[in-house]
Design a protein around this ligand. Sequence first.
Ligand code: 5AD
Ligand code: SF4
Ligand code: FES
Length: 329
Amino acid sequence: MNEFSRKEIIDILKDDSQNEWLFSQANDLRKKYVGDEVHLRGLIEFSNICKSNCKYCGLRCENKKVERYRLSKEKIIFLAQNAVELGYKTIVLQSGEDTYFTKYILCEIINEIKNLDVALTLSIGERSFEDYKAFREAGADRYLIRIETTDKNLYTQMHPYMDFDNRIRCLKDLKNLGYEVGTGCLVGLPGQTIESLADDILFFKEIDADMIGIGPFISHPDTPLKDSENGNFTLALKVMALTRILLKNVNIPATTAMETLNPNGRIIALQSGANVVMPNVTEQEYRPKYEIYPDKVCMNEAPSHCRKCIEAKIKSIGRYVSEAYGFRY
Ligand code: 5AD
Ligand code: SF4
Ligand code: FES
């Protein structure tokens, strides 16, 4: 039953009568393959400057309403140290596509953070093979780069300056360089079909992704998609549950976007196949400026508050925070 065909995936996504069965299957497989531990990844949003223009994203370069910021190397390392003190075993460095952060500067930052005895994940967009190679040699362990959608036409519509084939090239380069590779998709983009969501899930399996982040599209008022409807929480949860069922031992975050559409979204996701949470460890003053989509949760909270909050939630469902680095194998 774990090897659904494309047609079966489509049927499951279209039919809501078996949802409870689907979520409990995904939860059982999550327990079987990755256990009850939940991996926390401390997320540092170190620059909201972006040269890209993704139609859905509040940080797109054409959005002039954003107050842009870029953290110094010292500040980034300080936040990482803080996160390690709070018990995080993985640091995620995320930013817009900000070319100020050259290979050289990033390698320095990576080096220093790796001295803190943590796993390090980068989420900084499309770069050359040479850059990816240098980051890997400096010690980066993982890389997140969502394909966003495998529907090439939709991809082209949503990403004015970008090229689908280059995105695939990035994913291949990262795999070849020995990173644990994370990808994922948005659910509910205007014009996205159920069929293409099935293709997204099959794509994750085909490229043997190690981590898969799935989140509903949330309409941002300062983007060309301001009049589009939000994605559907349950559909995003179903795509995530099916991903667990097909890919088995991968790491799947309960995404912040899910919590934005449902006040209990991350806990529901943890009970429907997810085994990772990525709390924000950026200081409060920068959080509102990293507005990929509106009403992001934890907007006014301190890193220490989120750490305690999420641990209490995890314990309330009989799960526990992992002490391990949280690699796939
Ligand atoms: N709604 C939901 N997710 C979004 N992202 C960007 N904009 C939005 C939005 N409006 C997601 C993209 C990106 C990740 C960092 O944030 O999938 O890969
Ligand atoms: Fe930039 Fe990423 Fe937003 Fe696209 S999704 S505009 S690359 S920050
Ligand atoms: Fe940030 Fe709960 S995780 S307030």
